[in-house]
Write a protein that binds this ligand. Sequence first.
Ligand code: UDP
Ligand code: MG
Length: 138
Amino acid sequence: MSKQRTLGLIKPDALERGKQGAIIDRILSKGFKIVAMKQIRLTKAQAETFYAEHAARPFFGSLTGYMVSGQIVAMVLEKENAIADWRTLMGATNPEKADAGTIRKDFAVDMEKNSVHGSDSETSAAREVPFFFSALEY
Ligand code: UDP
Ligand code: MG
């Protein structure tokens, strides 16, 4: 398989507790190349657009409020099979169900404050990478 790119986010709960360095270490040690990275704070409107697929879900208001509660780190991650491999390294959405050794198992606070985001498909990655980065940045 050829190289693939995906969007990774380190969410506010992880930055709040100073865990971004440890999370980035894990990403690099699993063979991902970080081809772009920045630390930003989303507006509520930006968070709502980013998570638009979940607009009808009961957790949408809380999720988007949490996502703007502090800064995040946005990254473009590159390796073979990057989309699936980053999801595997992240672990299940609910940290109680996440496998041992995953980022969410080891760092997440709860189902909402689960420390990281990753694109779930090629279609999502194709939307999410340009949402955060212009072509000049990677
Ligand atoms: N989320 C939540 N409650 C839920 C499901 C999801 O608060 O019942 C939050 C959580 O932060 C999750 C995000 O909404 O990471 C997006 O949900 P999704 O189902 O896309 O999970 P992911 O792709 O992040 O694993
Ligand atoms: Mg998702």
